[in-house]
Every structure is written in structure tokens, then in C-alpha cells.
Write a protein that binds this ligand. Structure first.
Ligand code: HAM
Length: 491
């Protein structure tokens, strides 16, 4: 007997039916618009990469979440890996489904650095994969939007001040694109906060606190886990990294306070060394604070937060996460000044962020900011321009297929702008009243009632106005294009 047991989609993936696909399109269109309006150009790379690309540069967190990929053509290689695994040896798959875009971007930039402008501003949006435990806001396949600014616009002989200013400007530019998107979708500063920090500011604190530079990378990774571990457990590990007691206390105190932000209160509650460390940190954030103000980002949106250090290994400067209360981060990013060089390119500073669609969708739905289903279909370009109806006579029935075909036909000259979205009923009824109702339900802009082999009556379903005079079928398409405001050159 055939095994008819349904095969479920893999854990942490989504089947998108038309309305969910329209929701996704609403988000990706908004990402695209925000990126282009902020001056970013679209790029993309492969969805699977050599595993090495991540093991070398991204850090342990993400590597443990990689989906390994084998080539079905490389039987020997697969067999050899299988044998290694059977012996209990470490044997990563040769390829990985991409868990993030930044290493691909660094490789792409490094390969063409000499011919690319400074700065280069790139965006991409597409599917990414992480073998995480699926939970609210986190899946195993998700969409991620990335915006990155690579290189700095500097005068010929830049001073240290020029570099610091251009760096903070680029940092502010990516944050502005991220905030711009959220505001365009209707979120206000009461809904989200951009929590920022700077690894250089943290480095200044580490240095003052007596940590050796070699321990910084491990300390960043360890700080990223501070909220997830019991304080004593966190402290034991921190001691092993050579973090003195005073500094451990500073981290724990400041991180507890960081949620209810009031800097004067912070400073007031700390005395002596702790207070001094606090001002070292706070002063190091001054340049970015200034640039964010200059970029018009409301100060109420920005929260300086010691807790934000980010898990990825490559960050070197400003780091940030966008948080909506009660949800996991909707976006995260930061400055990575060494990565392009690590991929064989010239030393090039870079900064960017990634935003996923999962938390964003939850937030939009919870706050009532996701458009209605009908609106979504319209935004996604899925509402018909014309719904063609026969008046029920044999002559009109016979003419209908060619009317549809003509409305749908697009030409290369107009790049398809003269192709209309035209539909007809799939029902057998000949009742024109019922068919007009169906046309309205479909969200169509116009109904065209075929009256004979040569004429139609047009009805605007949005205004409910029906033409008194009939339109010749030969001029129907031009008439609809005109009424839709699409009669441009060539059509
Ligand atoms: P990330 O913090 O790992 O950074 O991811 C950025 C965003 O992607 C997260 O805030 C979240 O919205 C989304 N995201 C990550 N993992 C998942 C998941 N399992 N399910 C749903 N959404 C997820 C990066 O990926 C950096 N490469 C960003 C970057 C670009 N930094 C500089 N340029």
C-alpha cells in the first residue's frame, strides 16, 4: 500500500499561502524602498557558501548554527566525511547555507575594492538559514535585510578628526536607514529603541580595568552572555579571562542599570573607580551621539547600553540592536573595520546591520500596522486592473478570451507597463450582477462588461461609476491605461 502520510515542512520553516506571501512582499518592498531612498544599491550572493567563509570570520555562535550542505555529485567526499563522523571526529560539511550576509559582502567587496567608490553603499534582502531552536521571533529560515556602508569619504590627507567624523557619519547613516524603515512602517519612538554601544568604548573600559588586549575577543563573547548566566557563573568564567573583581562588578552593576536609563542616575550610584569607568565609557560614545543627532534621529529613540556587545566576532566599533519591548531584537549590526582585509582586500572600514522579517512581522501585526488582506493584495500588485465579464450572450462569450489576451499582452518597448492584470470568473453563472460582485471582491479597479463582439461597458469599481457610453473593444486597453494614469511614452 502507498505511504500517504503527509510530509511536514522542516521545523522552523514556513509555507507561505497567498496572503502570507503578500505580507512578506509588503515587508520586502518596504525594505527595498527604504534602502534605495537612503542611497543603497542592491547586491546579492550565493545562498550557500564554503563553510570556511564562516568558520574563519564569524565566531563560534553562528558556526554552531550552520546548516551543512553536501554536493550530491561528490560521492567520495561525502563518504569520507561520513567515515570521519563515524569515528567521532569533527567533520563539517564543505558548504553551508548562508547564516548571514556580511562575510559574502566582505569577499565581494575585497574582490573589486580598487574599482569601487568610497563609500560603497550596498543592500540585500533574501533568505538566510540558522539551525537555532525555533521560538517566538526566531526561525530556521528567515528573510534578512542588510544595509552596509563600506569605505569612508575622506579628504586627501585626512586628520584623525576627519576619520573620526566620517566614521561616526557612516555609523549614523546605517542607523538612519534602519530607523527610517521602522518609522515608514508606522512605528514611533514609543514602540522601539535603538540600543547602542561601542566596542572601542568597551575596550577603553577593559584597558582602564586592567584586562590584557588578547582577552578582549573572548570577553566580548562572554559579555554577550551576561544576561543568560547566573551572576556567580558569569563571574567565575570572567575571572578565568583575567577580568579583575572591580571590573566584574562594574559590568554587573552597569548592566543591571542599563535598562532604566538615566545616565546621571548611573553616575550617582557609582563611586570611585566604578564611576570613573562609567565616564570613560560614556565619553567614548560622544562622537556617534553627535552624528545621530545631526542625522535627525530623535534622541528618545537612542539608548546607550553597556549590555549591547553583539555575538559576532568581527565587530570593532559601534554596535547596536533595535529592540521592541518584549520581543527579541528586530535588527542588529555594527562596525567591522578588519573584515575586508581578512578577505584579502585593502584595509577598509565598514559598518552595517541586518533586520529579519520574523520579529518585524510580529511587531507590525501586534501593533495593528500590518495592512488589511485586501490592501495587502493591492500593495503586492495582486488586485486586478480589469475584471472582464460577459453579458451572457453567445457573441460576448466568444469575444471574452481575446479581450483578456489583449489586455494582458505587454510590449518590450514599454517594459511591460502596458500589460494589464486582467481576470475573468471561473464560475458558470451568467448573472451580471453576481459577476460584478465577484469583481468587487477581487479588489479589481475596473469591470469591463463585454456587450458584443465589438463593444464593452466600463465600470469603475472604486467609485462605482458606470459609463453611459460603450467603449469599442479596439480602444479598451488604451482607455484603461489612460484611466489608470499609465499612458506614458510608448504606450
Ligand atoms: P544578527 O544580529 O545575527 O546580525 O542578525 C540580525 C537580525 O537578523 C536579527 O536582529 C534578527 O532580526 C534577524 N535574525 C537573526 N537570526 C534569526 C533567526 N534565526 N530567525 C529570525 N530572524 C533572525 C547579523 O546577521 C549581521 N551579519 C548583521 C550585520 C550586517 N552586521 C553588519 N552588517
Amino acid at each position: 500500500m502507498a505511504d500517504n502520510k503527509p510530509i511536514q515542512p522542516p521545523t522552523g520553516t514556513r509555507d507561505l499561502y497567498p496572503i502570507e506571501a503578500a505580507r512578506r512582499r509588503f515587508i520586502t518592498e518596504a525594505w527595498r524602498r527604504a534602502s534605495i531612498n537612503h542611497g543603497f544599491e542592491e547586491v546579492d550572493g550565493p545562498t550557500f557558501e564554503s563553510t570556511e567563509l564562516y568558520t574563519k570570520k564569524s565566531g563560534e555562535g553562528i558556526v554552531s548554527e550552520i546548516f551543512g550542505v553536501f554536493s550530491g555529485k561528490d560521492e567520495q567526499g561525502v563518504k569520507a566525511l561520513g567515515e570521519k563522523l563515524a569515528r567521532g571526529e569533527d567533520a563539517p560539511a564543505p558548504y553551508a547555507l548562508r547564516p548571514e550576509f556580511t562575510p559574502t559582502l566582505a569577499r565581494m567587496y575585497a574582490a573589486r575594492a580598487a574599482s569601487l567608490p568610497k563609500p560603497t553603499k550596498w543592500f540585500t534582502a533574501g533568505p538566510f538559514f540558522r539551525a537555532e531552536r525555533p521560538q517566538r521571533g526566531r526561525l530556521r529560515e528567515f528573510l534578512q535585510w542588510n544595509c552596509d556602508v563600506i569605505g569612508l569619504a575622506l579628504p586627501e590627507k585626512p586628520t584623525a578628526e576627519d576619520v573620526a567624523r566620517a566614521t561616526a557619519q557612516a555609523d549614523a547613516e546605517v542607523i538612519a536607514a534602519c530607523v527610517g524603515l521602522l518609522r515608514e512602517l508606522g512605528l514611533t519612538e514609543n514602540d522601539f529603541k535603538v540600543r547602542i554601544n561601542d566596542r572601542r568604548a568597551m575596550g577603553a573600559v577593559f584597558e582602564k580595568g586592567g584586562v590584557v588586549p588578547e582577552a578582549y575577543p573572548a570577553l566580548f563573547a562572554h559579555l554577550d552572555r551576561i544576561g543568560k548566566l547566573a551572576p556567580e557563573v558569569w563571574r567565575t568564567e570572567a575571572s578565568k579571562l583575567g577580568v579583575p573583581d572591580t571590573l566584574q562588578l562594574w559590568f554587573l552593576n552597569t548592566m543591571q542599570l542599563a535598562d532604566n536609563r538615566d545616565q546621571s542616575q548611573f553616575a550617582g550610584e557609582m563611586t570611585g573607580t566604578l564611576a570613573a569607568l562609567f565616564s570613560v565609557w560614556s565619553e567614548s560614545l560622544a562622537p556617534i551621539r553627535k552624528q545621530l543627532e545631526a542625522a535627525g534621529i530623535p534622541s528618545g529613540v537612542i539608548v546607550e547600553d553597556v549590555k549591547i556587545v553583539r555575538g559576532l566576532a568581527y565587530y570593532t566599533g559601534m554596535v547596536f540592536e533595535v529592540i521592541v519591548d518584549g520581543e527579541r531584537a528586530v535588527a542588529g549590526g555594527g562596525r567591522y573595520d578588519n573584515l575586508i582585509e581578512l578577505f584579502g582586500g585593502p584595509s577598509t572600514p565598514a559598518v552595517g546591520f541586518g533586520m529579519g522579517d520574523v520579529v518585524l512581522s510580529l511587531v507590525l501585526q501586534d501593533k495593528g500596522l500590518m495592512p488589511s488582506d485586501a490592501e495587502l493584495m493591492q500593495i503586492a500588485g495582486q488586485s486586478p486592473d480589469v475584471f472582464v465579464i460577459s453579458n451572457g450572450t453567445p457573441e460576448a462569450d466568444a469575444a471574452l478570451p481575446s479581450v483578456l489576451a489583449d489586455l494582458r499582452r505587454g510590449t518590450r518597448e514599454s517594459r511591460g507597463r502596458d500589460s494589464l492584470h486582467a481576470r475573468r470568473t471561473s464560475k458558470t453563472t451568467k448573472n451580471v450582477g453576481k459577476l460584478l460582485q465577484e469583481a468587487e471582491r477581487s479588489g479589481a479597479h475596473f469591470a469591463a462588461i463585454v456587450e458584443s463582439s465589438g463593444e464593452v461597458t466600463l465600470k469603475n469599481l472604486r467609485t462605482r461609476e458606470q459609463d453611459q457610453a460603450r467603449t469599442p473593444i479596439a480602444s479598451l486597453k488604451a482607455e484603461v491605461l489612460k484611466r489608470l494614469g499609465r499612458m506614458d511614452r510608448g504606450s
